[in-house]
Design a protein around this ligand. Structure first.
Ligand SMILES: [Zn+2]
Length: 321
């Protein structure tokens, strides 16, 4: 053979793509005719190029289908959105015809944004459907509250809006943190972020209620009641999320803490609240039941024993495997 197989192997990709010079092409062809090893290698290269072709075609079909569905859902979104404008137009005409001002029109307009956010937004958004839907739904509910408050008067907007924001954060944040576009950003801090979002919106709600209520010592009461409750929720979250023990042990520790907390919560809260109270006597629910404490600690003890047994024997089983 005139050339080493190594040189031919280097030339083969160029030869396959028809990118080598005439003389190289001749050399490769001559070599392939007399070297079965290189001929076999060339055959395999051609086979893999067929695989590439199939993969490319498959991707094209999937892409085409995705585009087709995207177009269809955008069309459906436009139609649904169009249907939603009907009550808005009717209301506008009736409002103008009866000369009753545009108040009702604005309420209906903002109210229609709620079904729009639930039906049109997911159909129209090509990516981040869940995120866009939940955020637009929350925004439209708060907008409706704002419009109603402006038209009907009253100072309840802050309380209503912050309560709605807190409630929807509790419902939506676990789903939002697991979906695009935030899931990649948060990595392993999804649970922590959802908990932080709920805590922050809770604090905002309590501050808003305080501003509107304008009651003496409101913030002292709010802090006295909220702080122990928030603390217990965070402790349970950290145990369940970050403690590296089995489920039985986590349940035992959690139930134990809840039992102790529920038995003494009233006294803890009462001591904080009463200390801040200056004029009136404060009535705090102080009927702490030792019965709950005993039952709770009993269940926790049983789970603790099961958890320890599972840890001992489960560990042995794993070692055998
Ligand atoms: Zn060869």
């Amino acid at each position: 053979m005139k050339y080493e197989c190594d040189i031919i192997a280097d030339l083969l990709p160029l030869y396959k793509d028809g990118a080598c010079s005439g003389s190289s092409k001749q050399v490769v062809e001559e070599h392939l005719a007399e070297c079965p090893k290189c001929a076999k290698m060339f055959e395999m290269m051609q086979d893999s190029s067929i695989d590439d072709e199939i993969t490319r075609e498959k991707d094209e079909v999937i892409d085409k289908q995705a585009k087709f569905f995207k177009r269809k859902s955008a069309l459906a979104g436009t139609i649904v959105g169009g249907i939603f404008t009907i009550p808005i137009l009717i209301c506008l005409i009736v409002d103008i015809a009866t000369g009753s001002g545009l108040s009702w029109f604005f309420i209906v307009l903002s109210a229609m944004l709620i079904p729009t956010s639930l039906f049109v937004v997911p159909l129209m958004s090509s990516r981040n459907k869940m995120f866009n839907t939940m955020v637009s739904f929350t925004a439209s509910v708060i907008l409706l509250l704002g419009v109603c408050c402006i038209i009907n008067g009253g100072n309840w907007f802050l309380v209503a809006a912050s309560a709605v924001l807190f409630g929807l954060t509790v419902c939506f944040s676990p789903f939002i943190v697991c979906r695009r576009p935030v899931n990649k950003l948060l990595k392993n801090f999804k649970g922590l972020t959802a908990m932080a979002a709920c805590t922050i919106t809770y604090i905002i709600m309590m501050i808003c209620i305080g501003i509107v209520a304008d009651a003496p010592n409101y913030f002292a009461y709010a802090l006295g009641i909220s702080a122990p409750c928030l603390a217990i929720i965070w402790i349970l979250f950290l145990i369940i999320r970050y403690l590296h023990v089995n489920g039985f042990l986590k349940a035992a520790i959690s139930i134990g803490i809840i039992s102790i907390f529920s038995a003494f919560a009233n006294s803890i809260i009462a001591s904080i609240v009463i200390r801040t109270e200056t004029t009136n006597g404060v009535v705090v629910y102080t009927d702490s039941s030792m019965f709950t404490l005993v039952i709770g600690l009993g269940i926790a003890a049983v789970l603790l024993v099961i958890g320890i047994l599972v840890k001992i024997f489960g560990g042995k089983k794993n070692e055998e495997v």
